[in-house]
Design a protein around this ligand. Structure first.
Ligand code: NCD
Length: 338
């Protein structure tokens, strides 16, 4: 794939070599993300950040990634604050915003909307989540996290055993992650959900066609007993017709330290794209896991900055210049201490 000037809309755009490239560049961003060094390589560039659905880490980590490369961020959040609420089309918003920006990241509740926007944009557009469809930068940071967590155990991604748990029907992060795993070999995936919230059949078929072993179950303890990664997800209540309907499924698959200790192999890594729903009736990853060193959820979120820095530097073609303009930082920062 030629990254320069490209939209990043779907994981389907990537080949395995592209993934390796993104990860290699992400690794090289660590000194900047940890504030050991600063670079101004994107000085003068503007990121247009448009989030039409709630977001904390995706929106802020796209923004921080751009800032850490020296660029500026202009953002709009929510329909009510944008001209889309006055009836403007995605086409017109894209024509206008792309005149103000060098690159755009966007989240929108409708599947396919970010691609529609990108067609009218004059600058690259990065998909920050389009409805239940895709969330490519999240899948990249998830796989990057998996790679890092398993590397410390002398393992690679090929041969991975992973349980995906929760709302697999509407969860765009697991949709993109499954598509990403198609590029690897000999993956065992255990899909744990109520039947009504099952992974779309087309994705299951693609994984089986790629030679992966896919099993489908509602049995949480069984599913997590022989995996490297237990990847939990939130019930995507915003995609249900009513709150009551979402409530039927909320809290169905709770993982806590006692269940972990009883069923998981030692060092099973726990992941979640976040936010985890910590309300009492959901509590999908219990707070008593917070001291578990295999709870990777915050390392996972940290990795999002590295991956998004990598995507911006590849798409804006500055990878080779990032380090040329690097300087040491001179303020006290506790992140510098490993
Ligand atoms: C996810 C999303 O928005 O799809 N969050 C995120 O970007 N890390 C998952 C979720 O909201 O449940």
């Amino acid at each position: 794939m030629n990254f320069t000037g490209s939209h990043i809309l779907s994981i389907k755009q990537f080949e395995r070599a592209d993934i390796e490239r993104v990860f290699e560049v992400a690794d090289s961003m660590a000194p900047y993300a940890l504030r050991r060094k600063v670079t101004r390589v994107l000085e003068g560039a503007i990121l247009g950040s448009m989030f039409f659905e709630p977001s904390t880490r995706t929106r802020i980590s796209f923004g921080c990634a751009f800032n850490l490369l020296g660029g500026e961020v202009r953002e709009t959040t929510g329909f009510e604050n944008s001209a889309l609420a006055k009836g403007e089309s995605l086409h017109d918003t894209a024509r206008v915003l792309s005149g103000f920006s060098d690159v755009i990241c966007m989240r929108h509740p409708k599947s396919g909307s970010v691609a529609e926007f990108a067609q009218a944009s004059r600058v690259p557009v990065l998909n920050g989540g389009d409805g239940a469809n895709e969330h490519p930068s999240q899948a990249l940071l998830d796989l990057y996290t998996i790679r890092k967590e398993l590397a410390s155990k002398g393992r690679g991604i090929d041969g991975l055993r992973i349980a995906m748990i929760g709302d697999l029907r509407y969860g765009r992060t697991v949709h993109s992650l499954c598509k990403l795993l198609l590029l690897f070999n000999n993956i065992q995936v255990i899909l744990v959900s109520p039947p009504e919230l099952a992974m779309p059949e087309s994705i299951v078929e693609q994984m089986r066609a790629a030679g992966h072993s896919v099993s489908i179950t509602e049995d949480l303890p069984q599913s997590i007993s022989h995996v490297d990664i237990a990847y939990s997800t939130r019930i995507q209540e915003e995609r249900f017709d009513s709150q009551e309907e979402a409530d039927i499924y909320r809290g169905r698959f709770r993982l806590n330290q006692a269940i972990y200790t009883q069923y998981c192999e030692p060092n099973t890594v726990i992941m979640h794209p976040l936010p985890r729903d910590s309300r009492a009736n959901a509590n999908e990853l219990d707070n008593d896991l917070n001291q578990n060193p295999n709870l990777a959820i915050f390392r996972q979120a940290d990795n999002g900055v590295l991956i998004r820095m990598a995507l911006f530097s590849l798409v804006l073609d500055v990878v080779d210049q990032v380090h040329k303009s690097a300087r040491d930082v001179n303020w006290y920062n506790s992140l510098r201490t490993p």
